[in-house]
Design a protein around this ligand. Structure first.
Ligand SMILES: *Cc1c(COP(=O)(O)O)cnc(C)c1O
Ligand code: SF4
Length: 332
């Protein structure tokens, strides 16, 4: 495992070369060309974006592949369903133009960048009004000023989008600016990048994360064990070996991880890699994602099955996010 260590140009090339056209995707994976039209329609307001590193883990010719399902635009997204809305968490009201969300005591979430390396079709921010955010430098300066002015903020969560879309010098600048604010003790990074483009975890990135005197915690998102190939395992290992706690959150998704065997094998694989399962999220009811929803009752039964099969620390907390609550709401 491991092999040669990745350079900056590797992940940047992966971004440039990502697959953005449904026709190309169908060609690469041997999927029926007749489906291209519907995929293009579904991708109209939330474009398809899939890095080739991800495609390498997808089974050819199988529309039901659990990894493909997460990224493939389908006609089901176009169907309006009652209760599924553009902004299920009422975030656009909570977020000021600075892209700073302070919903929970002691923690503030910063939209470090609106972009991601992959477009997950179930994403609750798929309709987020990112275009209303100020440009990056002005926005981050405003966010830092707001954090500086609020001594109750002990933890800053870099989110997005995906904060690891920022180049290392931008991240280092952000980490240094936060380090200068005395009351900020912890820096948390919510990212899917080590999973979708594991080449992002370069020695230089690890160096940036280790350089800050604040505690750094990385929270990744893996939904299915097949997402973890040897390159992803090596990337996670580089983070953990550097002494950085790595946690995982998953979203409970129909047709992806809605069986106890799948979740069990995911949790085992994670703890074997020294990554702790943190949350299993009930799907946020965002328009276009209704076909991914698993009823809560079924979710509870799945978590109960996990508890019977795994050590306590390997069982994620099953939670739902409800607007107006002071914390994520436990469901099991
Ligand atoms: C989920 C979330 C957090 C972090 O919550 P934890 O339970 O500490 O992981 C903080 N702010 C916002 C806006 C969130 O959505
Ligand atoms: S990486 Fe996260 S923010 Fe980006 S599309 Fe996927 S779920 Fe949404």
């Amino acid at each position: 495992m491991g092999g040669c260590l990745p350079h900056d140009s590797d992940w940047q090339d992966c971004l440039v070369e990502a697959v953005r056209s449904p026709a190309e995707l169908c060609g690469l994976l041997g999927l029926p060309a007749a489906r291209v039209g519907e995929m293009e329609l579904a991708a109209a307001d939330f474009p398809m974006l899939v890095p080739r590193a991800w495609l390498g883990r997808v089974r050819r010719g199988d529309l039901a592949d659990p990894l493909l399902r997460q990224v493939l635009p389908t006609v089901e997204e176009c169907r309006p369903v009652d209760g599924f809305t553009a902004d299920p968490l009422a975030e656009s009201r909570a977020a000021c133009s600075a892209g700073l969300l302070k919903k929970y005591q002691g923690r503030a979430l910063v939209v470090a960048t609106p972009t991601c390396a992959v477009h997950c079709r179930y994403c609750f921010r798929r309709h987020f009004p990112f275009d209303r955010l100020e440009c990056e430098s002005g926005r981050l300066a405003a966010a830092l000023a707001a954090i500086d002015a609020d001594a109750s903020i002990a933890e800053v969560i870099l989110s997005g989008g995906d904060p690891l879309m920022l180049a290392d010098d931008r991240l280092a600048g952000l980490a240094q600016a936060l380090e200068r604010i005395e009351h900020v003790r912890r820096l948390r990074i919510h990212t899917r990048m080590p999973i979708v483009i594991p080449q992002r975890v370069t020695p230089s990135l690890v160096g940036v994360l280790r350089a800050t005197r604040r505690a750094v915690i990385v929270v990744v998102q893996v939904n299915h064990p097949a997402e973890i190939d040897q390159h992803v395992a090596a990337a996670l290992e580089r983070l953990v070996d550097a002494g950085i706690p790595v946690l995982n959150q998953s979203v409970l998704l129909r047709g992806v991880n809605d069986r106890a065997e799948v979740l069990e094998s995911l949790c085992r694989r994670l703890v074997d890699l020294r990554v702790l399962p943190y949350y299993l999220h009930q799907l946020d009811r965002v328009a276009g994602a209704a076909h991914f929803e698993v009823p809560e009752q079924e979710g509870r039964a799945l978590v109960k099955a996990l508890r019977a099969r795994l050590p306590g620390y390997a069982v994620p907390r099953y939670v739902r996010e409800t607007p107006g609550q002071t914390a994520k709401e436990p469901l099991a």
